[in-house]
Design a protein around this ligand. Structure first.
Ligand SMILES: *[C@@H]1O[C@H](CO)[C@@H](O)[C@H](O)[C@H]1NC(C)=O
Ligand SMILES: *[C@@H]1O[C@H](CO)[C@@H](O)[C@H](O)[C@H]1NC(C)=O
Ligand SMILES: *[C@@H]1O[C@H](CO)[C@@H](O)[C@H](O)[C@H]1NC(C)=O
Ligand SMILES: *[C@@H]1O[C@H](CO)[C@@H](O)[C@H](O)[C@H]1NC(C)=O
Ligand SMILES: *[C@@H]1O[C@H](CO)[C@@H](O)[C@H](O)[C@H]1NC(C)=O
Ligand SMILES: *[C@@H]1O[C@H](CO)[C@@H](O)[C@H](O)[C@H]1NC(C)=O
Ligand SMILES: *[C@@H]1O[C@H](CO)[C@@H](O)[C@H](O)[C@H]1NC(C)=O
Length: 494
């Protein structure tokens, strides 16, 4: 019998089996993020780990999460399903971006893209509206799909969208009026939510025939609106010098589009399509296809090569870098990243992030396998981390990002009595800059008179200080960088 994840169209389906993965709890704040099990085996690039886990039995850990390399939590966002949680540049500033919304069980969704500044204030909310059709006919206040939330060099945002429509599928043994998903993308002005450009795969049937999809028309698929056939499965878009590069997972291909949307060329992981494959240039069911070093003569394509869904369960998932030469008409394998000590078969999702053009480190998130790994320039693994049971907890993408933030909210503190005093627990969700805490005794719940009674270096997400015979039963804690005060908590009584 086929394993549970081989359901037709199951690009993001998760297991229902219960599996326990350890999670952390804190006294100062009600968070239960999954523990990040870290194996650091070399020198990593700077930055924190950004993931958006979902699934498993640990519902409280379904949120945008930032960890440090020691596995300590740095930030937990609201409890919601997220995707593409990362740092991007917008109008010259580092911002946090992520998609949040509702996910359909076959792997697309409806939501909004949130853009936060370095105090975690939401400065833009990107919504897509229009005459979209959903599987159950319901309307949504935003139709941005989860697969892409990319900020372009021109400070616009590109998101994907999946529209349910009827179409003639007799060419693949369907009927003349079957239901299918059109894969679309929208380039949106983040300030006004106006659509600047859009593109639909179904508008380009001559160049992207449905008959070349590797996604079979499964039993009963396409016969009703609520079970549409997913011919394309668009999952990544980048802006190029002359238009866009679009990844269609179910076509095992990337397409270079002119600004007017015409397909200029196709690179296929099966047979190269417009290019002759040289070396390791085959890929399938890919994610996160990105363009680098584009010239008039070609470009470099990086991608997460899932490779083994669902037709081939033998091939290992790899990170791939390909050189496309437009004059020689070749696609040449440049780099292939795998961990020989930990071969991974990721049936869905995943990402490939080139961390630095200088040291060529790459950070990969393994999608349906709840692991992230960093590779050095020689392809050696320098960092591996896991945050759930394989195929039970997923993160659609995962990144290492440099991030500096001082939240607009106050530090949190809680105090519990001990036999000879009290213990104070302190944390400041999302704060990256403070390195020490000072505890003050306050005369009353509303007192401004505070006396310094203890201090400690920051330890991870939550720091704990034991107080012996505190002078009052009111404390206030202060987060500092050196002697600079960055944040002050409310007065807490105990
Ligand atoms: C979605 O499909 C419906 C049905 O074919 C069509 O009327 C509608 O215009 C489409 N919406 C978009 C945004 O393409
Ligand atoms: C359509 O059905 C025919 C007859 O069963 C089969 O030979 C062919 O492979 C099918 N084509 C597709 C695209 O499924
Ligand atoms: C779109 O642009 C490309 C590249 O500039 C051009 O070759 C093509 O003819 C254009 N197509 C249409 C329909 O205008
Ligand atoms: C881009 O080109 C530079 C200079 O040749 C090279 O160092 C870098 O590795 C290239 N980037 C990619 C992604 O191949
Ligand atoms: C870390 O190393 C241990 C011991 O080799 C191994 O059991 C575990 O699976 C590794 N975890 C990750 C995330 O690589
Ligand atoms: C402030 O409060 C402390 C106890 O926390 C007390 O010892 C001290 O006398 C107070 N100072 C003033 C000026 O009220
Ligand atoms: C905790 O200790 C303080 C100060 O010693 C005392 O005033 C308070 O009643 C104690 N609280 C509890 C819940 O025991």
């Amino acid at each position: 019998m086929a394993p549970w994840w081989y359901t037709a169209g199951s690009a993001l389906v998760l297991s229902l089996q219960a599996a326990a993965w350890d999670y952390s709890t804190y006294s100062s704040i009600d968070f239960q993020p999954p523990k990040l099990e870290v194996n650091k085996t070399g020198t990593t690039d700077p930055g924190y780990i950004f993931i958006g886990p979902r699934g498993g039995v640990q519902a409280a850990g379904t949120a945008a999460l930032i960890y440090d390399d020691a596995g300590d939590l740095v930030y937990e966002g609201p409890e919601e399903i997220t995707a593409n949680f990362m740092v991007q540049k917008l109008f010259g500033e580092d911002v946090i971006t992520y998609w949040a919304g509702d996910m359909m069980h076959v792997g697309y969704g409806y939501g909004t893209v949130h853009i936060l500044d370095n105090t975690y204030k939401e400065i833009y909310t990107v919504r897509l509206t229009g005459d979209f059709v959903t599987p159950d006919g319901s309307t949504k206040d935003s139709y941005c799909d989860l697969h892409e939330s990319h900020i372009t060099p021109r400070n616009t945002l590109i998101c994907t969208a999946y529209n349910v429509t009827q179409h003639d599928l007799t060419s693949i043994n369907g009927t003349s009026s079957d239901w299918m998903l059109d894969s679309q993308f929208y380039e949106i002005d983040v300030r006004t939510n106006h659509v600047i450009n859009s593109w639909s795969a179904l508008d380009h049937e001559a160049d992207i025939p449905i008959t070349s999809s590797h996604q079979g028309l499964g039993k009963d698929v396409g016969s009703t609106q609520d079970n549409p056939y997913d011919a394309y499965h668009m999952n990544a878009i980048t802006v190029t010098n002359h238009g866009y590069l679009v990844s269609l997972r179910h076509m095992w291909s990337g397409y270079y589009l002119a600004q007017n949307g015409s397909v200029m060329w196709q690179v296929s992981g099966e047979d190269g399509a417009d290019f002759k494959q040289v070396g390791k240039a085959d890929f399938s069911w890919q994610h996160d296809m990105r363009v680098y070093n584009e010239t008039d003569n070609g470009l470099v394509l990086n991608l997460f090569n899932n490779a083994n869904t669902p037709t081939d369960e033998q091939s290992e998932t790899t990170g791939l870098s390909l050189d496309i030469d437009l004059s020689k008409k070749t696609v040449t394998g440049l780099r292939e990243l795998t961990d020989p000590n930990d071969p991974i078969h990721s049936v869905s999702q995943g990402s490939y992030q080139l961390l630095s053009e200088i040291d060529s480190h790459v950070f990969m998130d393994y999608g349906s396998i709840s692991k992230v790994k960093e590779f050095d320039g020689d392809g050696n693994v320098v960092f591996s981390a896991q945050f759930g049971e394989d195929n039970d907890v997923a993160s659609y993408r995962g990144y290492r990002c440099q991030w500096t933030a001082t939240p607009f909210w106050k530090p949190s503190a809680s105090v519990t009595n001990t036999t000879d005093g009290a213990t104070v627990f302190m944390s400041w969700n999302g704060a990256t800059e403070y390195d020490n805490w000072v505890v003050y005794a306050a005369a009353s719940a509303s007192s401004s008179n505070t006396t310094k009674i203890a201090s400690a270096k920051r330890t991870g997400f939550e720091t704990k200080i034991d107080l012996t015979n505190p002078p009052t039963s009111f404390v206030q804690v202060v987060a500092r960088k050196g002697s600079d005060v960055l944040g002050t908590s409310e007065i807490v009584s105990f």
